[in-house]
Ligand binder design. Structure first.
Ligand code: ZN
Length: 653
């Protein structure tokens, strides 16, 4: 009897070859989806060889990969899926983060995986090769899915399960009896030779990938040899303790760079600092270039973090972008991303998660007054530090009086110092704070308020009502000439906002319907939780004496500490009130709204002002000036001004 190639392909008994070898023989990558088009190779992803070996190991049931974004993880798992489809068919499911991603992977990656591989292409039955499921002539079947669709897919058993981004809401929480993750794992239980592959970028501590890694019998890191001393070691951005391949606890190396404080322009400074980036060997201290780092990664090996008696069933891997041989893994690119993100908790979290593949520790809200006091820096109340160049006054309006808070800011460092805080009684005091009062440096130089915020929001239970809002709006209208683009009426947002602040629509009438002349009034909406995060982040930075710090002075009244510790975060990360008064915390939160770039360029406008006045100084040798008002300085910068309109280029819609 003579069989056709097609029949041979279907009836051929399975021959085991490692996934790596199968991929190198059978996969073609297209230039559309891959940085390295052509024949699939692991040259650019040597650290994933151990991941594929674990998937090939018959004792291993679950392989968990905690990884950065954009390091070709998905292509690696697709290769594995292609290999089992060809060599050891069974029912499979691949689950991606959401519907759009799933459709994209099906079109751009799954489709070519089967059609461009000679062995798999022979097995395609056109009628059974659709977007919703793929069934091959050898009985391999694959269902693409996404987190929120898994529960809808038929509950047929699955032998090969691939899950990506299991931190997405659709998966539910680990340990939650009815969670999607628990139920989908149950569907693999009928197969003694099942295989589960999980690939996810971490989010906050305790998320699903954190828990799955925690359940692993053993976790592997890729150890790379130093070009100078030859010692194998893990790669980390910041130094950490770990066990080396001999089981001895040692410190890792880290990424280092030179600081260049002499460069005043922030963007130029960050770029110049990033260019000096090197990797410092954890053993001999040798500084490696990106090229040397990449060569070391290519010569690396996987080592387990701990020893495990017997054969591990669950195996974890951790791979950050530091290992990447693609441009994103360049040391200068990583340092630049870090410098751009470091003063903003949200951006920093994104860097830590997506680039370093590490979990983010949520800021603890300091309810301990002794902890808060670590942010003191030895300055006296009322004195403006030498390096400060702006004063911001923020006010929280009560029914019959006001809480206020004054901070001095350095536009270059984004450091700030609490100058004074307390209560004032009436609108005349408010006039004085915003428009008349000055604060002095040790050399006698005086500063008035550069920007101010007046919180008119709040609820009735706090004693703020509509008539009080009306009063505040009338006050602003009366003072519009000196308040415009300088004093902002604000309110905390009750909706979730994509930005730190948002400039409201132009109001043409007050709450009672009174007409607002001369172009109306705009209320600034504040993203309260994010701005509070920024404040607490800056307080942490002060305790560490790092840049972006919010310092306290040495004569802080007790009321300040009571207000700051009046809120805590619940388990979902939301701020909840635990004390009576939180008004000074609101004032601190508003300070961070006032420096935000989304508010007419924020405090970065002052940097521009300094450059302009330095140029003037160089040209005419006239004395430098200290900016009290940024408004009428006449400079135009395309990043700060959008053609003179109030439309703000930084707000993403
Ligand atoms: Zn070394």
């Amino acid at each position: 009897m003579i069989f056709s190639d097609r029949e041979k392909a279907i009836w051929r008994p399975p021959v085991f070859i490692p996934t790596k070898e199968w991929g190198e023989k059978n996969r073609e990558l297209s230039a559309l989806t891959s940085a390295s088009a052509g024949r699939w190779s692991m040259d650019m992803i040597p650290f994933f060889i151990a991941v594929l070996d674990a998937l090939d190991d018959e004792d291993v049931e679950i392989v968990v990969l905690q990884k950065s974004t954009q390091i070709a993880g998905t292509e690696t798992f697709l290769t594995w899926m292609g290999k089992v489809a060809d060599q050891d068919p069974g029912p499979a499911m691949m689950c991606f983060s959401d519907e759009d991603t799933t459709n994209e992977v099906v079109d751009r990656r799954l489709d070519p995986l089967f059609k461009n591989s000679i062995t798999l292409a022979k097995l395609i039955d056109k009628a059974k090769f659709t977007k919703k499921s793929i069934t091959l002539l050898n009985n391999f079947s694959l269902t693409p899915a996404w987190a929120s669709s898994i529960s809808k897919t038929a509950s047929r058993p699955i032998r090969y399960l691939y899950l990506s981004e299991i931190t997405k809401p659709g998966y539910g929480k680990v340990g939650d009896e009815g969670s999607v993750l628990t139920r989908i794992f149950q569907r693999t239980e009928t197969f003694p030779n099942k295989k589960i592959a999980i690939e996810t970028t971490p989010t906050i501590e305790g998320d699903n990938i954190d828990k799955q890694m925690g359940l692993c019998d053993v976790i592997f890191d890729h150890h790379v040899p130093c070009p100078k001393c030859g010692v194998h070691q893990i790669l980390r951005f910041r130094p950490v303790k770990y066990r080396n391949s001999a089981g001895v606890e040692v410190m890792s190396g880290c990424v280092v760079w030179e600081s260049k404080p002499e460069i005043l322009d922030e963007k130029q400074r960050m770029r110049a600092e990033a260019e000096t980036a090197r990797y410092k060997c954890g053993d001999c201290g040798e500084l490696w270039t990106t090229g040397q780092k990449n060569a070391a990664v290519s010569r690396g090996k996987s080592f387990p973090r701990t020893s495990f008696p017997g054969k591990p069933k669950r195996v974890g891997f951790h791979i950050s972008r530091l290992y990447s041989l693609f441009p994103g893994g360049r040391l200068d690119a990583l340092v630049l991303s870090f410098l751009q993100a470091k003063n903003d908790p949200e951006e920093l979290q994104s860097f830590v998660n997506n680039s370093l593949a590490e979990h983010w520790k949520p800021y603890k809200i300091t309810s301990d007054i002794e902890e808060l006091k670590k942010a003191k820096c030895g300055i006296q109340a009322g004195i403006v530090p030498d390096i400060a160049d702006a004063i911001i006054v923020t006010v929280d309006m009560q029914q019959t009086y006001f809480w206020y808070l004054v901070r001095a800011w350095s536009s270059r460092l984004k450091d700030s110092w609490l100058i004074e805080c307390g209560q004032v009684a009436d609108w005349e005091d408010i006039d004085e704070l915003f428009f008349e009062k000055t604060w002095k440096k040790a050399d006698g130089k005086e500063f008035g308020c550069w920007r101010g915020a007046l919180d008119i929001g709040g609820t009735k239970e706090e004693g703020k009502d509509v008539s009080r809002t009306e009063e505040a709006e009338s006050w602003w209208i009366q003072n519009r000439r000196r308040a415009k683009r300088k004093i902002f009426l604000c309110k905390g947002s009750s909706r979730s906002m994509p930005t730190k602040i948002s400039i409201g629509k132009i109001l043409e009438t007050t709450p009672s319907g009174k007409k607002i002349a001369h172009g109306g009034l705009q209320i600034i909406e504040l993203n309260t939780p994010v701005l509070k995060d920024l404040f607490f982040h800056a307080i942490d930075r002060a305790a560490e004496n790092a840049s972006g710090a919010a310092y306290l002075n040495d004569q802080i009244p007790d009321s300040y500490f009571r207000h700051i510790t009046a809120e805590a975060k619940d388990n979902d990360g939301n701020y909840v009130k635990i004390g009576k008064d939180n008004h000074l915390l609101d004032c601190e939160m508003q300070q961070f709204g006032m420096i935000s770039r989304e508010l007419f360029g924020g405090i970065d406008r002052l940097l521009l002002h300094h450059q302009v006045s330095e140029q003037r100084q160089n040209q005419s040798s006239s004395g430098g000036e200290m900016p009290n008002q940024q408004e009428d300085s006449g400079q135009k910068n395309p990043y700060l001004d959008s053609g003179g309109s109030d439309e703000n280029p930084y707000i993403q819609r």
